[in-house]
Design a protein around this ligand. Structure first.
Ligand SMILES: Nc1ncnc2c1ncn2[C@@H]1O[C@H](COP(=O)(O)OP(=O)(O)O)[C@@H](O)[C@H]1O
Ligand SMILES: O=C(O)C1=C[C@@H](OP(=O)(O)O)[C@@H](O)[C@H](O)C1
Ligand SMILES: [Mg+2]
Length: 198
């Protein structure tokens, strides 16, 4: 029997990590395992904009995409408990990180560079990887973004193994987190940090 959680998670589960880490595919399977709705922020942006992510980048540019991404994720974090897979750049935004911290549990799916390159080579749907050498681009993004992903509540290696095995690892890490972490209360009851005078 595959592991599942002993309790309903108190908050939405947000997956973060680089392109190809498996946020969309593992997120969908995790939701099915836990019996929760699944939503992918990129799919929601595509639905709202009526075009694909590459078309969005072509027509409106990356800054407009980031703005849309921030708004869509804020809206999705207002919805009832679900599994929410973000696009790789979403957690770089300070407002999004703060909102995720307040309202959700975050899970960083971490993977080796070569595996990310392999997994993203299969489809040409990632505008950031279409021009320059994808290996070099992902390496730079790794340097830039890993310190932010590392701020997630939970980290799970998304290695070269069957996806359901990675889901097992996510469930086990999440159970351990919910068992021990004082922050794992529903968002309404979580105490807010006191304002800091600057
Ligand atoms: N064990 C695995 N874990 C995650 N993704 C995998 C795995 N094996 C193959 N993949 C594939 O890697 C590709 C990229 O995954 P995706 O879920 O789109 O990543 P992300 O949303 O993080 O960019 C998909 O085609 C997925 O099916
Ligand atoms: O890392 C990024 O900046 C991006 C990741 C993509 O999502 P995935 O991480 O699901 O591929 C998508 O949001 C867009 O192409 C930009
Ligand atoms: Mg994705």
């Amino acid at each position: 029997m595959r592991p599942t959680l002993r309790q309903r998670p108190p908050r939405t589960l947000v997956l973060v990590g680089l392109m190809g880490a498996g946020k969309t595919s593992i997120g969908r399977r995790l939701a099915a395992r836990l019996g929760l709705p699944f939503v992918d922020a990129d799919h929601e942006i595509e639905r709202a904009a009526g075009c694909s992510i590459p078309e969005f980048f072509d027509r409106y540019g990356e800054p407009a995409f980031r703005e849309g991404e921030r708004r869509v994720i804020a809206r999705l974090l207002d919805q009832p408990l679900q599994v929410l897979s973000t696009g790789g750049g979403a957690f770089m935004d300070a407002e999004t990180r703060a909102l995720v911290r307040q309202r959700a549990h975050s899970i960083w799916l971490r993977a080796e560079l070569d595996l990310l390159v392999q997994r993203t080579a299969r489809r040409g749907n990632r505008p950031l990887l279409k021009d320059a050498d994808p290996h070099e681009t992902l390496r730079k993004l790794m340097d830039l973004r890993h310190p932010y992903y590392a701020q997630a509540d939970i980290t799970v290696d998304s290695g070269d193994r069957p996806a359901e095995d990675t889901v097992d690892r996510v469930v086990e890490a999440l159970q351990a987190y919910l068992d021990t972490d004082a922050d794992s209360q529903p968002p309404e009851t979580r105490p807010q940090p006191a304002a800091v005078e600057s």
